[in-house]
Design a protein around this ligand. Structure first.
Ligand code: TYM
Length: 374
């Protein structure tokens, strides 16, 4: 059975099969992002981000309330994070670019959690020194996405725990073992660190409020795989005297193979921001497409952009111009564009993107300390 034929699985640790986003809205009990909400965001930002225009961000909880807080002149905050288990891949950048857009639009503080504890507990093959090392490596990518200095507070669970533990304890006391078993599927053989960890990811929803001594509305931009944490957190927020956190959910950038998402735990299917641009271009040339078995059939029947990862990379990240995207789609469907040519064009774009991103990433080394939470 190929990954594509597998039943859809979307959890914080696994995304496989063909993801049905409409079904996820139903299963997770979220709301579809409406045009009205997109327009309100664009109104504050001064322009509509391509990820809103193209429904990359497609679902939410309480986003209307969060924007309303801002419109009423009250402060609003943002929260997102990364589990530093390796180098950052292109998929991770999707929500971080969007955070940079929201941060500017709403003048928001952003708390950015590096869960070096989570990845140590989860992965038998990683030492604590390695996950902490990746925290600082991955922070360079976060900064390179254009987040604002002075308003972005990156922290490591292990190294900043003195700032986090008291609030984490208050959250943990409200969450039972039976809840985390039901939400995350923990079993008796999981280590007890993993069963505590969700309290720390939940805690950050209230961190800005706790530090500022006033309730601040928190919005979490992330892909929808992280949603189980927020369902759990929303149940305890008011008991702790805080607002329920709002969410805005993105779709997944697919991996290079069929089905699932780009994932650092399957490095052979991912393009990392630290890859040599030439290597990344070669990986793109091997990507799964919606092409037919032969060039002749492709010319006769046309390609299938709706199942093609190369088209998804253009749509989600690498072709912001709607006219040019429409042209790629039309030429593909008509059989005029072969997968080889389409991949070669994308490979060139990705190569140039990486050269530029890696330059920004190197520059971030000098600024790292300005971005760390104090
Ligand atoms: P992690 O490291 O798995 O993922 C980091 C962020 O990237 C998103 N993401 C993707 N988005 C689009 N396409 C993909 N292929 C893709 N793969 C991952 C994730 O949704 C996430 O937003 N436990 C978390 C760390 C964390 C966190 C948070 C994440 C702590 N607090 C708050 C989001 C919000 C984790 O391991 O993320």
């Amino acid at each position: 059975m190929t990954d594509k034929d597998k039943e859809m699985v979307v959890t914080p640790w696994e995304v496989s099969g063909v993801v049905d986003y409409d079904k996820l809205i139903q299963q997770f009990g979220t709301q579809r992002l409406t045009q009205g909400l997109k327009d309100r965001i664009a109104g504050h930002a001064g322009f509509m981000h391509v990820q809103l225009r193209r429904d990359v961000f497609f679902s939410h909880r309480d986003l209307d309330w969060w924007i309303g807080e801002y419109e009423a002149g009250r402060p609003v905050g943002l929260y997102t994070g990364r589990g530093p288990s390796g180098h950052v891949h292109l998929g991770h950048l999707l929500p971080w670019f969007f955070c940079a857009y929201l941060q500017r639009a709403f003048g928001a503080e952003l708390y950015f959690q590096m869960t070096d504890d989570e990845k140590f507990l989860l992965r038998d093959d990683l030492t604590l020194e390695e996950t902490i090392g990746y925290t600082y490596d991955n922070a360079l990518d976060v900064i390179a996405c254009g987040l604002e200095k002075g308003r972005t507070h990156i922290f490591s669970d292990t190294e900043h725990i003195g700032h986090l533990y008291k609030l984490g304890l208050r959250v943990a006391k409200r969450i039972t073992f039976s809840t985390v078993k039901a939400v995350f599927g923990f079993t008796d053989s999981d280590n007890i660190g993993l069963t505590w960890y969700p309290a720390l990811q939940a805690m950050t929803c209230f961190l800005q409020s706790d530090r500022e001594g006033r309730n601040v509305a928190c919005l979490i931009p992330a892909a929808i795989d992280q949603d189980p944490y927020w369902r759990m957190t929303r149940d305890v927020a008011e008991k702790l005297g805080y607002y329920k956190p709002a969410q805005i959910h993105s779709k997944f950038l697919p991996g290079l193979g069929p089905g699932g998402k780009m994932s650092a735990s399957q490095p052979e299917t991912a393009v990392f921001t630290t890859d040599e641009p030439e290597l990344a271009a070669m990986k793109i040339m091997g990507a799964f497409t919606g092409g037919r078995e032969t060039v002749r059939l492709q010319r006769e029947l046309g390609g299938r952009p709706e199942v093609c990862n190369v088209y998804a990379y253009y749509l989600l990240l690498f072709e912001e111009d709607d006219g040019r995207l429409a042209e790629i789609e039309a030429r593909c469907r008509s059989g005029g564009l072969t997968c080889g040519d389409c991949k070669a064009r994308l490979a060139k774009v990705v190569r140039a993107f990486l050269v530029d991103f890696q330059r920004k990433r190197e520059r971030a080394r000098d600024e790292l300390s300005d971005y760390l939470m104090s």
